[in-house]
Unconditional design. Sequence first.
Length: 182
Amino acid sequence: MSNQTTVAKRYAEALFQLGIEKAVLDQFREEMLTVKEVFQQNKELYTFLTHPRIKQEDKKKVVEVPFQGLHKDIVSTLNLLVERHRVEIIPAIIDHFIHLVNDAKGIAEATVYSVRELTDQERRELEFSFAKRFKKSAIKLHNVVDPTMIGGVKIRVGNTIYDGSISGKLRRLERNIVSANK
């Protein structure tokens, strides 16, 4: 594990504990997702915050303006990261924080790959089915449309992949036929 990953986990764990103590964990989760979205959509913000010739005070002002509606602890954390020249680990902090909150609430995140966008009914059925399979209170599915698939779905939960695609079934069938003929 790299030093940056370790540091990111420590910040995330500190924010998680703070969210529990102040009973604002759900608010922190939503706000951290907002911060992640802002950083993903504004590459210039990252460039500005990491530029060595820009004064720390100016960087802090830029952080406080777009995030002024967020909880003061979130904004303080962002300012602390700017001050300590750790802006590059913000996405890792957010990802780990979200993971901690989801674990605490018994929620797992999964990605489902399909030929087309899933309907709400299909999504609910998959979420219910996989929540039972993983003994979680809920599964949050992110649907990724993959036009290279022939049909079916492939679901990734953590490091586990459930391949229900037609091409996956054909590969398994081929392996069974080959092993039966040996």
